[in-house]
Every structure is written in C-alpha cells, then in structure tokens.
Design a binder for this molecule. Structure first.
Ligand code: ADP
Ligand code: ASP
Ligand code: MG
Length: 444
C-alpha cells in the first residue's frame, strides 16, 4: 500500500482537488493521503499558511482580525462550493476564529490550513479524517518524538477502513500544544505515515515533473533526475532544493521505503525515485552514469576569518570559537582551516548579534586579525559519481572561471559525494547556471 502526499499547489483550488481525486481513485493502493494547506493559485497569490500567519500577527497587533480571517474562509468556501462537497465548514471556522482571537499560539494558527484542507479532502474522497495532533507527537521542549509518533500512527491507521486523509505540517506536544514542523513540513508528515504503515512507496505529489538537477527557477527546464539516493537527497534538500523538506528522509530511511516525487498536473511523467543509498551503491538499483547528480544552493551566509600565529599549537582554539556561536544559538555550516587561520561560516544573523559575536571572538580567542564577510552563498555539487571520476574539482573551477565567478571557499566533505563552494550572493544565479552548463550540457 502507498502513502500519497499532495503539496500546496495540488490543494490550491477546485480543479487541482479534482486532479488529486482522480489520482487517488485510479490507484487501488492509495489508502493514506497526506495534504498541505492550499498554496498559490498563480504567481503573486498568497498561500493559506501565510494568510494564517497574517491572522495571528494581525490579532497580536490589534488589527482587523475578522478581515484577515475572512480571506482564509474564502479560500476554503470557494473550493467546497465549486466541488459541491458535502461538508459544512462554518462550525470549524467559528472555532478557529474563536481560538486565534482568544490568543492561541502562532503554530496553532499556522496549522489550521492543513487541518481544514484534510477535512475537505476526506469528505471529497469519502475517506476518514485523522487529526495529526492525535498521532504526531513532540516533547515539551519541541523535539519531535519519532518513536511514540510511529507507534501511535501505526495503531490509529491500522483501524482505518477504506482510507484516511491526514493533515501535514503539525502535531501536538505531550502537554497538548499544537506544534508545527518548519516550513514545507507536510513532506515530513508524509514520510512519518509511510514508515508507520509500512508503505511500499511514499509518493510525494507536487507541481514539477520530479527532482531536477538544479532549481528550475534559475535554469530553464533542467533535467529531471531519474533516481537519487537518500544521501544525495539530504545534501540537496538541505542546501536549498526545497522540492522536499530536508527532514523527510529520516522516517523512511528507517525502513528503506523509496520516495517517488511526481507531478499532480502531469501524472504520466515518471518522476524521481529516491532510494536507499546502500542499495544503490551495492548495485541493486542502477541509473545512467553521470559525474554529478544535482546542484543546490542558498544565499545569505556570513563568514568570519580568524588569523593567529601558532594557532595550530593552541589547544582549544576551535572550541572557543564554536562556544561563542553556541552562546548565540547559531550552528555553523562549515569551518575550513589552515595552519594559522580558521574560518567559520554560518547563516546570517542580525547586525547586533553579529557585532556581539565579533566582540566575543576578539575577547575569547585573541586573534591577530579578524575579518567579517557577509552576503555569501553556499552551493553544493552533489553526486556519488564524483568518487570515481577524476577532475571534478577542476571542472567546478573551470566552469566558474569561464562565467567570471570568484570562488570564496571550497570544501569537499569527507563523504566524497559533495563539494561545497562559497560565492558572493551577487554571483549566485550565475554560478548555478555555469555549473549546470559545465556538468549537464557538456557531460560526455
Ligand atoms: P509543494 O507545495 O508541492 O510541497 P514546493 O513548492 O514545496 O511544492 O516544492 C516544489 C517547488 O520546488 C517547485 O515548484 C520548484 O520551483 C522548487 N524547486 C527548487 N529546487 C528544485 C529542484 N532541484 N527540483 C525541482 N523543483 C525544485
Ligand atoms: N503549508 C505549510 C507551508 O506552507 C507546510 C507545507 O506546505 O508543507 O510551509
Ligand atoms: Mg513543499
């Protein structure tokens, strides 16, 4: 049996819901459906989740909450009316408005898009609605409780008859508070359900033909990757390929359940299979040989370069640097080092926090020189093929050199399937296009 997760664009309007129903109806294995909140209907539109965050903020600021919430109501009534769906949403709207107006949390407000979306989809498909708060659990510090969730989800879904629809994106803490995953988190819920029911495949239905070699908003029509390994997925999604949430890999990895990314609007397209790394490396799955599998990146990082004579002999220097970041609750992305130099790269923080970090580094580490570089992008070039092909780094340098892009840092992870490059934010799109051209257009 399968788990099918439908993203925001697939839930955006009545036409896309019809599309979803056709996909589910055509597949006798489609018993468990996870849905996102309605997304954008066209460029410039606003996702229901963002409308809900706006409701929360409007209420806190003492603004016109009713007007803000009316936009949410309209998105759903438009869908239900056009589908002629037999569900009365009024009591749900009343309760949600009452809760948010009464001071419910931001996560509660944000989660109601998925909640309503699942109620509508369950009515439309004739499936049972299962509230994610009863199966997805977090501890009171907000950490996801994977094992309890797995147990509860398996137990509750075992009792479902024809099929179930489950809202994505949120769960509940042991203390009874609604808590969401980070943005895009319905992908994680889909993976949780897939693991709990022992699905044969986790189908992730979205608005593109599959996981592409790079961001289609930067390169026109990039190639769709036929197969990715879990590890490649993790690197690419963490580094910004937001077609799948970077944490969606963990639940399915526990039982080697493949993920298949598919297009709701072109169900005939084969999509992308994402498979267990060990099965790919041992030859159980094969794909066309290529040096790299994909390229992804993110903007807005900060680097701090520290220089100090005899740094190599000074025990605890690195630890002191990282302790400063830790005090500000900042996790570092990379830390390349030389004999007397060390650089830490982290996601940009506010001006005041960055200044405090610099000051504390001066005091705690006493460097001879300290330099701050802002507006850096990190780009990951990922693929198991790199391990056996010579000259990958040379081609990265060559491609970027030809495009006139200055490389600020290069770091090959110990894994040998990932090279990270830092470039200036202004060069980011250019760099992605240059790397795509180097590896995709000239791949022999
Ligand atoms: P959903 O609402 O279905 O979850 P998302 O918007 O979260 O969809 O993810 C799909 C989008 O991810 C695509 O429309 C595309 O613009 C973007 N994207 C970024 N990088 C990639 C990539 N490498 N391959 C495919 N899509 C990508
Ligand atoms: N609706 C949520 C968001 O916009 C979760 C999701 O779509 O996966 O981030
Ligand atoms: Mg998504």
């Amino acid at each position: 049996m399968k788990v099918l997760k439908f993203g925001g664009t697939s839930m955006a309007n009545a036409d896309s819901l019809r599309q979803v129903r056709d996909i589910v109806a055509a597949d006798s294995l489609a018993r468990f459906v996870v849905v996102s909140a309605p997304g954008k209907r066209a460029a410039g539109d606003t996702k229901v989740t963002d409308l809900l965050y706006d409701c929360y903020r409007t209420r806190r600021a003492g603004g016109d909450f009713e007007k803000a919430f009316a936009r949410v109501e309209k998105r759903f009534t438009d869908i239900v009316d056009a589908l002629g769906c037999d569900v009365d949403l009024q009591p749900y709207f009343k309760q949600i408005a009452y809760d948010i107006d009464g001071g419910a949390s931001e996560d509660y407000a944000a989660s109601r898009g998925e909640y309503l979306s699942a109620i509508v989809m369950a009515a439309y498909l004739g499936y049972t609605f299962i509230d994610a708060k009863d199966i997805v659990k977090f501890d009171d510090d907000g950490a996801f409780d994977a094992e309890l969730t797995n147990e509860l989800t398996a137990r509750v879904l075992r009792r479902v008859g024809k099929g179930a629809v489950i809202p994505g994106f949120y769960g509940q803490t042991h203390g009874g508070m609604i808590k969401t995953f980070s943005r895009g988190g319905s992908d994680v819920t889909g993976a949780i359900v897939a693991r709990a029911v022992g699905a044969s495949v986790y189908e992730n239905w979205t608005d593109v033909d599959g996981f592409m070699t790079c961001d289609p908003r930067i390169v026109e029509n990039p190639r769709v990757i036929e197969m990715l390994t879990y590890r490649e997925l993790r690197e690419l999604s963490y580094m910004g390929a937001n077609v799948l949430h970077p944490e969606s890999i963990f639940p399915v990895r526990k039982s080697d359940i493949p993920i298949r990314v598919r297009n709701t609007f072109r169900p005939e397209a084969p999509g992308t299979m994402i498979v267990a790394t060990n099965k790919f490396l041992s030859g159980e799955y094969t794909r066309r040989a290529s040096t790299i599998t994909g390229i992804a990146g993110k903007k807005n990082f900060t680097a701090v370069h520290l220089e100090k004579q005899m740094m190599n002999n000074e025990c605890g220097f690195g630890r002191r640097v990282l302790s400063v970041l830790e005090r500000h609750n900042i996790s570092f992305e990379h830390m390349p080092s030389g004999i007397d130099t060390l650089t830490v790269i982290f996601e940009a923080a506010s001006e005041s926090v960055t200044n405090e970090i610099l000051e504390e580094l001066r005091l705690d580490c006493r460097p001879d020189r300290i330099e701050l570089v802002r507006n850096l992008s990190l780009i990951a070039v990922v693929g198991h093929g790199m391990r056996s092909k010579k000259g990958t780094a040379m081609r990265i340098f060559q491609g970027l050199y030809k495009a006139g892009v200055n490389i600020r840092m290069i770091d090959q992870g110990s894994s040998e399937y990932n090279v990270i490059i830092a470039v200036e934010d202004a060069d980011y799109e250019n760099a992605i296009r240059a790397l795509y051209a180097e590896f995709e257009e000239h791949e022999e």
